[in-house]
Design a binder for this molecule. Sequence first.
Ligand code: MP5
Length: 547
Amino acid sequence: MTTLSGHVRPQVTTGPIRGSRKAYLDGPGGLRVPVRRIDLSNGEHHDVYDTSGPWTDDTASVDVRAGLPAVRTNWVAEREPENGAVTQLAYAKAGVVTPEMRYIAIRESCDVELVRSEVARGRAVIPVNVNHPESEPMIIGKRFLVKINANIGNSAVTSTVADEVDKMVWATRWGADTVMDLSTGRDIHTTREWIIRNSPVPIGTVPIYQALEKVDGDPQALTWEIYRDTVVEQCEQGVDYMTVHAGVLLRYVPLTAKRMTGIVSRGGSIMAAWCLAHHRESFLYTHFSELCEIFRRYDVTFSLGDGLRPGSIADANDTAQLAELETLGELTRIARSHDVQVMIEGPGHVPMDKIVENVRLEEQWCDEAPFYTLGPLATDIAPGYDHITSAIGAATIAQAGTAMLCYVTPKEHLGLPNRDDVKTGVITYKIAAHAADLAKGHPRAQERDDALSQARFEFRWRDQFALSLDPDTAQGFHDETLPAEPAKTAHFCSMCGPKFCSMKITQDVRDYAEEHGLTSVEAIEAGMEEKSGEFRDEGGRVYLPLS
Ligand code: MP5
């Protein structure tokens, strides 16, 4: 790894999340698929999907200077590139099941044939650069669990390599399925190297940012050659998917002239500036097939960028946005003809009533390539709370079929997120993704809700904390008012106190029923019968005289 002279050495958070431990599910051929095992006080345990890699494994010795162990090295070495493309798409189309697909089937508790067939028809992607053997295979597609991405990366104003490595490990600890390094400041190459070597999840980038850095920030000075060399450099390093804004065509730029907020994508605005300055078609579009050939050699996945996404409610679903989406469909077909995997990036800012249309058009025009959306924010009026405005849109769009949600943090529109913002963004998006999994009827989604609700109803407070997305916050809030140990088994909390706890009262009803040898329905009926008897005995009068 590039040495970090003059830098603070990265320090990352290690060790299990409160109330759980790392466990592994064994699969055929020596596969070991990680899960987070939550041991419950009633002797049961509950396993949850685990994105955190060896960093949360107490038994693993990991050192950020050495990088993570390369778990996929042998799988990659066994491939025979001389026989054709090494992409998961090429194998899937040829009917071959890769070790990555078998790993994913265990991780998603599904049949491996579902994994292969969804990849083969392009409705799912497995982002795995052959040069990122440290990553644990995962799948992005509407038939699988909804995934979330966390954006990190420095800017010219703030942050260091150490901060960004810490944010990557922190984001995956809380559930980020992929991480994008969107660095635009200093040390872009070095930052990315440290992130990739230590990342258990696929890493995405936007290569045009580094290309722009190479020409000192002047979009006009960009060339296809500079861009191509940057892409090769990143492919060699192990970037798993790259955002390419190849749908921002010269003729679409004028469509944004009358918009409320113009072009809000950084990559989109860079390409629009280049097209206008040279009055030529985008080199990303004219050289797209060459780009496919590069991606194919490394199995890098396209994330076709929405450079013309709406940046305000007023601009949602406008002509510029939809024109670009159609072009992304054309590019999807070209990429697939090269056996390269593709996902499509989506908006932005969209009011709730216009969200579903985005999914329908994407599926129709882009041949069901996995949709990867940035929120969308369902309203523009809450800066400081845009993790929430966007999670509303994210849950809605995921229910309609979006495969991966790109998180938005509370700092969106205001500043570079710090590690607290990263955690808030990740947890918020886990909520949106899981809510969609439930609504879509994912076979395993409800198990966790049931386990948590059962713990809640039985006043197993520690189990309730451990089963929650953020056990530290759940326990912290509980302990703020009732920190003493006996409160961890008490049949109430400080919200309602001992006499007004609805769950306690329900349990009393059930206890009464059991004592009298009745079901709770019978107990209620018996109680009502008792009361109506009293009513009749009093003469059946609604109003009784005051005695
Ligand atoms: C970007 C982003 C950066 N914010 N989110 C995703 C999913 N991909 C890329 O994008 P841009 O378009 O350069 O602002």
